[in-house]
Design a protein around this ligand. Structure first.
Ligand code: EPZ
Length: 419
């Protein structure tokens, strides 16, 4: 078993370069199934979710060559089966994108029910509603999803909830459908724009991604023969912004799109941190105890749920009592029990948590309960007095490339240890 051992407290100082966005990359890889040819994808984050995505694509018949640790060339000319490996697809959430892509490419697919972080109920009814509106038959039996369609036909789909996954999945399924598909009440996250940009580079005709109405004019074929670079990870960048504030540090965060970080920037300024926006890099520093704030997580451009635990660490040591309302996931406050072991005073009740700010956190053994909770515990271990051991690293490794290397380069005393 591996753990991260962190000796604190340290103020993080220096520069960090942000990797490609996990949540864009895990959709772009299955999107390559729509191409009858070859393409190269660069700026892929080197994380376990990407490795599993590649394994699934290979099992379906794709040929993948790693050019370096962040770039692959993928040949999807011969897709040989419509049965995705059930064990691998059940391992992570984004495996559901195989459904949209394979319905478009082959008109049929069988996958395991998607896994991923345990954040409460994670229904996929809006994905299924979208596929059925396009003319597919979808059945879910014994943990397996089977989707089939003779020919998908463009239509208008209104999403009952704003869903990142359902928006992307319906976009994937409609790229090669006959006619025009309209998605109303679409999600607007930067990764949705990135997946649309990737598909358009390969020959698709998608308009309006990044607004709440997306129109997809079906095309006959995607040509491939192009190189695409994944957008920088907004959530990784936000994680380091909040790490700078939490540790009273000073970090220059390079390779990010600052426009994607406006909700975080606004909150950092509100609690007394400093932000210098350079367009493709952002410097965040803080030399005093942060002030209290109230946060409500919302779909983009609101404050992202995927930065809620990291913000929770900042508020746990803020001057005063703060409230976070988590409006996306039912149980994303599991990390607060771990922070309380370190001396925080947090009371979580359902989707609301009250943070009575304390002056200091103290090192303790703690367990990542999900990906972003894990990142929050690494920040907490860096600012805490004494030694923190973070367990369950498989969650963190799903979404952060070399987290200990990046923290160490900023001065943290952090080591990965195998027990
Ligand atoms: C994506 O999950 C991200 N994952 C999540 O990031 C992120 O927290 C979430 O979007 C919200 O931003 C990936 O992109 C792989 P949703 P997704 O569909 O697509 C409800 C991380 O840490 N809903 O936007 O699964 C759902 O219950 C992960 O990187 C339905 O009711 O989220 C939730 O309340 C964790 N029916 C809300 O919509 C549906 O069919 C938003 O979910 C689909 C969703």
């Amino acid at each position: 078993m591996e753990k991260l051992v962190i000796k604190g407290p340290t103020s993080l100082k220096g520069e960090v370069t942000i990797s490609g966005a996990k949540n864009a990359a895990v959709a772009i890889l299955p999107a390559t199934l729509l191409i009858d040819g070859i393409c190269t994808i660069e700026n892929l984050p080197n994380i376990s979710d990407i490795k599993i995505s590649c394994e699934i694509l290979e099992k379906l018949g794709a040929k993948i060559t790693w050019n370096d640790k962040n770039s692959i060339t993928i040949d999807t000319t011969n897709i040989t089966t419509t049965q995705a490996p059930l064990d691998l697809t059940s391992k992570f959430r984004a495996s559901y994108y195989i459904i949209g892509s394979m319905l478009g490419r082959k008109g049929e697919i069988e996958v395991g029910m998607p896994g991923g972080c345990k954040l409460g109920a994670r229904p996929i009814d809006q994905h299924i509603k979208g596929f059925e509106s396009l003319g597919a038959e979808v059945t879910v039996e014994k943990g397996t999803i089977h989707a089939k369609a003779k020919k998908l036909k463009g239509t208008s789909i209104y999403m009952d909830v704003v869903s990142v996954g359902a928006t992307i999945n319906v976009m994937l399924a409609s790229v090669l459908a006959k006619g025009t598909t309209t998605i109303d009440n679409a999600a607007k996250e930067p990764h949705i724009v990135d997946v649309a940009n990737f598909l358009n580079t390969m020959g698709a005709d998608i308009r309006g991604a990044g607004t709440d109405v997306i129109k997809i004019n079906g095309v006959e074929k995607l040509h491939g023969n192009a190189t695409y670079s994944v957008v920088p990870d907004q959530i990784e960048a936000g994680t380091f912004m909040l790490a700078a504030v939490a540790t009273k540090g000073d970090i220059l965060i390079k390779n990010c799109i600052t426009k994607h970080l406006e909700s975080v920037t606004a909150k950092i300024l509100e609690i007394g941190g400093n932000v210098e926006d350079n367009g493709d890099s952002i410097r965040v520093w803080c030399n005093k105890r942060p002030g209290k704030a109230n946060i409500k997580t919302l779909p983009y451009p609101g404050f992202p749920t995927d930065l809620q635990p990291q913000m929770g660490v900042v508020l746990s040591i803020a001057n005063g009592t703060s409230i976070i309302n988590e409006s996306i996931w039912e149980s994303r406050f599991q990390y607060t029990d771990e922070l309380n072991k370190m001396g925080a005073k947090i009371t979580a009740q359902g989707k609301t948590a009250f943070f009575e700010g304390v002056k200091k956190l103290y090192g303790a053994p703690v367990y990542s309960t999900d990906l972003r909770a894990g990142a929050a515990l690494v920040i907490a271990g860096t600012l805490a007095e004494g030694t923190t051991e973070v367990y369950n690293l498989e969650h963190i490794d799903r979404g952060y490339e070399n987290i200990e290397g990046k923290f160490r380069a900023l001065g943290a005393k952090i080591e990965r240890v195998t027990e």
